[in-house]
Ligand binder design. Structure first.
Ligand code: NAD
Ligand code: UD1
Length: 332
């Protein structure tokens, strides 16, 4: 079975390519390298000992996408490609709507023309906004607070309408919580340009002495130690969730959404302390004001993914911290 992975050179896409190849799927990647590098393909091939067909293309380019679908005979698609930085989306909303929505519409039109109607889509826990209670189940009300989140919610709505119009589609919407960590090999991982926005990439740069100290955004939340609580999930566990989702869309028609998290919440201080302990390295930090728009705590109910997809996150927070640091050490 041949799976097209859009955004397959990116952080989550590259780990998913590894799991797909290890599970016996043929993999075709389309990525315009706007937030990744082509050498990721070599690394995926080194890890798996298998070949990946790579197209450096923008998925907004309908003619090119048609050519790819004509020559490759794609059975199913995992759609990662998109911009993902919350702050940037507030500053450049049109760029975010154009890229994330346009690329998805183009992809879906081309899939329909080629009668390929199985898709797994990368959504985000950001679609839950500020949840009224915890853990978050898939039927919670949806709301967004920034253009990035709105693109995810809009795409979910587009996919819903598409299914209503044509019940032949098989669609899995995956709502990721906070992916961190890296592949054990240290060959692929998360490597954002510039100053990171998210916690783990920032911790890693402080530990690596590229940045002086971490700012902990608030210690007066109603949480175990006052700092923000999130559901961190190892990127390899997350990648494995996509294999289960591909199996599901291959087997059953319909549209459904699944939380991919561990169901456990860790505070910022718990993450810092775990990182320091397992890697035996210092991470200087100071407490600063809350970050506007942040919520106190967020973690998933994973029951639906456990029961319906038969998927469970297996890796613990210690491995997430160890593997994130291993990736940096191997790529200095
Ligand atoms: P990433 O930026 O590392 O990967 C996205 C890839 O898509 C990049 O390689 C980029 O070059 C490519 N791309 C972007 N626009 C494209 C286009 N028009 N045509 C072709 N390629 C294009 O991001 P990631 O962390 O791997 O995230 C993957 C998906 O998961 C995204 O849709 C993101 O919104 C979603 N997601 C990520 C997180 C997270 O914390 N990383 C959380 C929730 C959801
Ligand atoms: C952020 C995004 C969210 C996106 C998610 C995963 C915002 C407001 N939200 O969520 O839309 O889906 O990433 O990509 O950007 N923290 C610090 N210091 C830092 C960085 C973070 O203390 O330098 C804290 C935050 O306050 C939070 C926790 O660490 O409590 C995790 O932050 P982050 O990694 O940015 O993820 P989210 O806030 O969950």
């Amino acid at each position: 079975m041949k799976v097209l992975v859009t955004g397959g050179c990116g952080y989550i896409g590259s780990h998913t390519c590894v799991e797909l190849l290890d599970s016996g799927y043929d993999v075709v990647v389309v990525d315009n390298l706007s937030n990744s590098k082509e050498d990721v393909i070599d690394k995926i091939e080194t890890i798996t000992g298998k070949k990946v067909k790579f197209y450096k293309e923008d998925i907004c380019n309908k003619d090119k996408m048609n050519e790819i679908f004509t020559s490759e005979k794609i059975d199913a698609v995992i759609h990662f490609a998109g911009f993902k930085a919350v702050g940037e989306s507030v500053a450049k909303p049109l760029m975010y709507y154009r890229n994330n929505i346009d690329s998805t519409l183009t992809l879906l039109e081309v899939m329909k023309e080629h009668n390929c109607k199985k898709i797994v889509f990368s959504s985000s826990a950001t679609v839950y906004g500020k949840p009224a209670s915890l853990p978050i189940t898939e039927d919670f009300p949806l709301q967004t607070t920034n253009p990035y989140g709105s693109t995810k919610l809009m795409i979910e709505m587009i996919l819903n309408d598409l299914y209503i119009s044509d019940n032949d589609w098989s669609i899995a919407i995956l709502r990721y919580f906070n992916p961190i960590g890296a592949h054990k090999s240290g060959l692929i991982g998360e490597n954002p340009n510039g100053i990171p926005n998210n916690l783990m990439p920032y911790i890693v740069k402080v530990a690596n002495k590229e940045l002086q100290e971490l700012s902990v955004f608030g210690n007066d939340y109603d949480t175990i130690d006052g700092t923000g609580v999130r559901d961190y999930i190892h990127v390899v566990d997350l990648a494995k969730g996509h294999i289960k989702a591909i199996e599901k869309v291959t087997k059953d028609k319909g549209i459904d959404k699944y939380n991919l998290g561990t169901g456990k919440g860790y505070s910022v201080l718990q993450i810092i302390n775990t990182f320091k302990t397992v890697n035996n390295i210092d991470v200087p930090y100071k407490i600063v004001d809350r970050r506007p728009g942040d919520i106190d705590a967020c973690y998933a109910s994973t029951k639906k993914a456990n029961d319906v997809l038969n998927w469970h996150a297996e890796l613990e927070i210690e491995e997430m911290c160890r593997d994130a640091w291993n990736f940096v050490n191997k790529n200095r």
